[in-house]
Design a protein around this ligand. Structure first.
Ligand SMILES: [Fe+2]
Ligand SMILES: [Fe+2]
Length: 325
């Protein structure tokens, strides 16, 4: 579902100034960088880290939703949830494939996820307690993902940018189906309205954290922007999200659980309450309410699906042998 403002840009060793200058000139001219092009090692590494985190997030992101497919209130909602989950797995596969063009294998990336070395978006380490959580994840979680991902369609790395075009179209459906489910709840009984508000109360802050630390605390943002890996800073994206979300919340009678949220007429920005960064970092470091469950579920799925991979490899080997004969 998302990349998060965690990616760093590593130092490029000295003696490569010419390469850096040539590369920057291509970026500044708006050219796309393709897999076999010359690129600074730091650019390649930064992209591998960002894209693998992104792909992992797409895959792990379905776990909070999976529990509610069999409990969806109607057949239509169940179909929506299943379609969305299928999309998210597809996004993961696209992005793993795009990352492989940088010289890292999918096995290596998946291995890093399973060992706990690689990160994925912190938001998926929170529990989904009832159906309203699914509506809120679509409306706000995928809504935040769209803010992060639309600029990636213009990212300087060609395979990533092209993969994101389809991903964003599907994310738009995810956001709409979530909002539609939310509208239904908010037009329902007092109990349903309370469920909707309660889910927003629990998810608002984890979703605000999805954009990553404030710009002042995100020293790598500058290089990411310079190389057009990122086209907006974390705070700019958070701001866009609040701007888009506040009127939608108002329309359906949802109160944003932030007493300090207010529009500043002079700056044209929304000011918001302090984000609990201690909570954010503790979740990123593995101490969130569901980190353990998510990784355990992922490891179990990997182990239980091993026979599929083996069968596919055996089949491919048999086909290759036949073709050779
Ligand atoms: Fe996605
Ligand atoms: Fe999505």
């Amino acid at each position: 579902m998302y990349s998060q403002g965690l990616m760093g840009v590593e130092e490029t060793p000295g003696g490569e100034q010419d390469l850096l200058d040539r590369f920057q000139a291509r970026i500044d001219a708006g050219e796309k960088i393709e897999p076999n092009d010359e690129m600074p090692e730091a650019y390649r590494k930064t992209l591998i880290r960002q894209m693998s985190q992104h792909a992992h997030s797409e895959i792990v992101g379905v776990y909070p939703e999976a529990n509610w497919v069999t409990r969806a209130p109607t057949l239509r909602r169940k179909l929506q949830a299943m379609a969305k989950i299928q999309d998210e797995f597809g996004h993961g596969l696209y992005i793993y494939s795009a990352a492989e063009t940088l010289g890292v294998s999918r096995e290596e990336m998946v291995g890093q996820l399973l060992s706990g070395k690689a990160k994925y978006s912190s938001v998926f380490n929170y529990p989904t307690l009832n159906w309203a959580d699914l509506a809120v994840i679509g409306w706000l979680g995928d809504g935040a993902a769209i803010m992060n991902q639309i600029p990636l369609c213009r990212c300087s790395y060609g395979p990533y940018a092209r993969a994101m075009v389809l991903v964003c179209k599907e994310e738009s459906f995810h956001q709409r189906q979530g909002y539609e489910a939310m509208v239904a709840l908010m037009n329902g009984s007092p109990e349903q309205k309370a469920m909707g508000q309660d889910a927003v109360n629990r998810w608002w802050w984890p979703i605000m954290m999805m954009f990553g630390p404030h710009d002042a605390d995100s020293p790598n943002t500058e290089t990411g922007v310079k190389w057009k890996i990122k086209n907006f800073t974390n705070d700019e994206l958070r701001q866009k999200f609040i701007k888009a979300t506040v009127p939608q919340a108002k329309l359906i009678g949802i109160e944003i659980p932030d007493p300090d949220l207010r529009f500043n007429e002079e700056t044209g920005d929304w000011e918001h309450g302090e984000i609990d960064w201690d909570e954010f970092w503790s979740v990123v470091k593995g101490q969130g309410p569901c980190n353990h469950d998510r990784i355990t579920a992922r490891r179990k799925a990997h182990a239980e699906g091993a026979w599929v991979l083996e069968a596919a490899q055996a089949y491919a080997a048999k086909q290759a042998a036949r073709n050779a004969a």
